[in-house]
Design a protein. Structure first.
Lengths: 433, 336
């Protein structure tokens, strides 16, 4: 079997799984899985850029995804003028002071020598911190006091939410630049811990800085790029067309919006995939892989290893940011409490490794396949437990325990899948070529 | 008097909790550092190993309680701890046999082993949820306090009280015992010495006839004991929840790296550095400062440098600072 046939067959398998889901569990579930699968595929592409192309061990994916979500809120929601009047200026002055402090400290580190350097840096950092708090805190309190039940934040720019997808990428890229500047020089496993920590910090900021996106009070009811189901159901033209297809208006409207999302996501996925393929097969992509395979040799050839690493770290994180903004758009809400590293960092890693690191199609396949599995493991596990425990009498402790534990099948299955692939097919389903 | 009050407030809210938390982190970091030193990879499954050991210990504790066995004023979990350790040893030896051994024979690069440990992390996380669920579990019994704040106030006549929880005292005592045992083992026994030799220079160690399989097995056993102890102490002091243990990975790794990966002394120092910085930076200092400052200068706010939710930021910031200035950690660690 030639490799092309094999790859096509694997994608065919995903299609069969999705169509099967549609026929057995309903097309709404299938489309739901497809949509998140497309987003997962984009996240996997982002990680594949960093790990597959350049060998950068980034386990802070969750943070960049969350930043994308933040972009969706900041771009699409209405501004809150009262909040801006109450303390918007103070907040931004405070943030600017904070940034200035860091810049000044870095400059002091660079320019000064010996003991003066240490003392100056400490003075700048400590003084700057208190100055920042003095300017920033009153602003924060004032903003958060403005109508806290519905807003309590500065609001957004009231622009179309589609715009937030590139903005999410930019936001993630900005964060990645800062992180890359400080952490990329570290060894691989130090970089891993550093990115893990940064992701946690980003989530902590989202949870606690209510003035930004309402923190754990969540932002709900974000704009949508597709029409609302309820509007479709009241549109006589739509109802008629649905009836002509033999569908009732409610089902038709939900399918219509989901297909709308699916088309949008597919377009984005194809664009990013095309760009990633172009990059992979360009001299730049070959240089990246050369650096990955032998840093010393690449450096000897005059390649700027640190610079290239920073570049691809930013690019990969930006892709994750785009995916994050898309996901928040699909959900219609930003809930910082739901971001968990197992789901948003490590699961994406499973996708990349299983799909095949270093191969963009592999990453896409892994994203779709693993997402399908992630969703379906629970019902499958429950079914299995029901069959296994059918011999036991109802209400027995063991039976209940077995059925309860089906809910925890997910993590176990993901771990087993990852370990099996690493052991028996370490280059993934569609290996690098 | 004011000065004494300030010291007592400081001890009550910063020093004692920091000491207990530091001891827990130190034992956790010792496990990470042992694996790094001898097996040469960063084990991401360590938090979940701790969770597994604690979950087993909790079940055994419940078993003891059901049989009517208790440990008097001390928590029953301490009696169950050795059995929890044995269960964890079996789990880790099984994992090594089924998973890690293959990659060791292949001489896979450390980063592959890290990814493998990610898979193990998923599996263990699932297993822990199977065993005990996702609820928040408190399993400390016996006396809650050695001295309560009220007793302390009555005894000394100060305004501030100093409460010392039994679990805090136990944590420190058990941690000291565990560290003493570990260092005795590493420095005095034949196996311990061969482990150190293996960690310093694998080739030379193999050349001088050290059995690598035995060294690896003993390492996993020690790691199981350390991880279970750290997990049980943390769970006794606070509470057990699978997800919290996973999140402990960050401060534990920060501690191990700050101290210098692969260096046991460094892990202990790192644990306390991380713990005390987390506690001091997220503590609202007003309570201490009101006693020290003249009334006119008393602070209005809570004088809290960062809210407690940012404690990750603290471990992380220290990690970065140390790595930027001393890439091998405070004590000299290894680098692969």
């Amino acid at each position: 079997m030639s490799t092309n046939v094999r790859d096509t067959a694997l994608f065919g398998l995903v299609a069969v799984l999705l169509i099967g889901t549609g026929m057995i569990q309903g097309w709404n579930s299938a489309l739901l899985i497809l949509n998140m699968g497309l987003i997962s595929a984009i996240m996997a592409l982002g990680v594949n850029l960093q790990w597959g192309f350049a060998g950068l061990f980034n386990i802070g994916v969750m943070g960049f995804v969350a930043l994308g979500g933040l972009a969706a809120v900041l771009v699409s929601t209405d501004p809150v003028p009262e909040a801006w009047q109450a303390g918007g200026l103070r907040i931004f002055a405070g943030l600017a002071l904070g940034a200035l402090t860091v810049v000044a400290a870095v400059q002091a580190q660079k320019r000064l020598e010996g003991r003066t350097k240490t003392i100056a840096t400490l003075v700048i950092l400590v003084g700057g911190f208190f100055l920042y708090r003095a300017v920033f805190d009153p602003g924060k309190v004032a903003v958060e006091a403005v109508n806290p039940a519905v807003s309590g934040n500065l609001g957004g720019l009231n622009l179309p939410i589609l715009l937030s997808w590139p903005v999410g990428g930019l936001l993630a890229a900005g964060a990645a630049w800062v992180i890359g500047k400080t952490a990329l020089g570290l060894r691989s496993d130090y970089l891993a811990i550093a990115t893990l920590g940064i992701a946690e910090i980003i989530i902590a900021v989202l949870k606690n800085e209510d003035w930004l996106a309402r923190g754990v009070k969540n932002v709900i009811g974000l704009d949508r790029p597709v029409p609302y189901e309820i509007d479709l159901q009241q549109d006589p033209g739509f109802v008629e067309r649905a009836a002509s297809l033999g569908l009732d208006p409610v089902t038709a409207s939900t399918l219509y919006t989901k297909i709308g999302y699916a088309i949008l996501f597919t377009i984005v996925l194809l664009i990013i995939l095309w760009l990633a393929q172009k990059a992979l097969n360009s001299p730049w992509g070959r240089m990246m892989r050369a650096i990955r395979d032998n840093e010393t040799a690449a450096e000897a050839m005059g390649k700027d290893v640190k610079g290239r690493h920073l570049q691809i770290f930013i690019l990969g994180s930006a892709v994750c940011g785009v995916a994050g903004a898309m996901m928040t758009t699909l959900d219609g809400q930003l809930t910082p409490g739901t971001y968990q590293p197992l789901r948003f960092t490590f699961l994406v890693w499973v996708m990349v490794i299983v799909g095949g690191s270093g191969n963009n199609f592999g990453a896409v396949l892994g994203g779709m396949l693993i997402w399908w599995l992630w969703v379906q493991v629970e019902p499958l596990g429950l079914g299995m437990m029901n069959i296994l425990s059918s011999g036991l009498e109802d209400g027995s402790a063991l039976k209940e325990r077995m059925i309860d534990s089906a809910a925890h099948m997910r993590l176990l299955t993901m771990g087993v899948v990852l370990l099996l692939v690493l052991r028996f097919s370490p280059r993934g389903l569609i290996p690098e070529r | 008097m004011d000065f004494l009050n300030a010291i007592v407030a400081f001890a009550n809210f910063v020093f004692v909790p920091g000491l207990a938390y530091g001891a827990q982190l130190a034992i956790g970091a010792l496990g990470v550092t042992m694996i790094y030193g001898i097996l040469r990879f960063s084990n991401f499954a360590h938090g979940d190993t701790m969770a597994f050991g604690t979950a087993m210990t909790i079940w055994i504790t419940w078993g003891f309680l059901a049989l009517g066995i208790s440990f008097g004023p001390l928590p029953t979990a301490l009696l169950a701890l050795p059995f929890g350790i044995i269960a964890t040893i079996l789990l880790l030896l099984g994992t090594d046999w089924a998973v890690y051994r293959f990659y060791r024979e292949q001489k896979a690069s450390p980063v592959i082993l890290v990814i493998v440990s990610m898979g193990v992390m998923f599996v263990m996380n699932g297993v822990v949820r199977f065993i005990i669920g996702v609820r928040d579990i408190r399993f400390a019994d016996g006396e809650r306090f050695i001295i309560t704040a009220r007793e302390f106030r009555d005894m000394t006549g100060l305004n501030e009280g100093l409460a010392i929880k039994t679990t805090q005292a136990i944590t420190v005592v058990v941690a000291l015992i565990a560290m003493a045992l570990l260092f005795w083992f590493l420095n005095k026994t034949r196996t311990g010495k061969s482990m150190r030799a293996f960690s310093d220079n694998e080739d030379l160690a193999l050349l001088s006839g050290i059995n690598p399989d035995w060294v690896v097995k003993v390492t996993w056993m020690i790691v199981a004991a350390l991880a279970t102890t750290a997990g049980v102490l943390y769970g006794l002091d606070k509470s057990f929840k699978a997800f919290t243990y996973f999140q402990l990975l960050l401060p534990i790794f920060a501690a191990a790296i700050v101290g210098g990966l692969g260096n046991p002394l460094g892990a202990i120092a790192g644990g306390f550095v991380i713990a005390f910085s987390e506690v001091t930076i997220t503590y609202a200092w007003k309570k201490v400062l009101v006693y020290l400052m003249p009334e006119s200068l008393e602070p209005d706010g809570l004088v809290q440098l960062l809210s407690t939710d940012y404690k990750f930021a603290v471990s992380f910031a220290i990690l970065i600072i140390v790595l930027l200035f001393k890439p091998t950690g405070l004590f000299k660690g290894q680098s692969v």
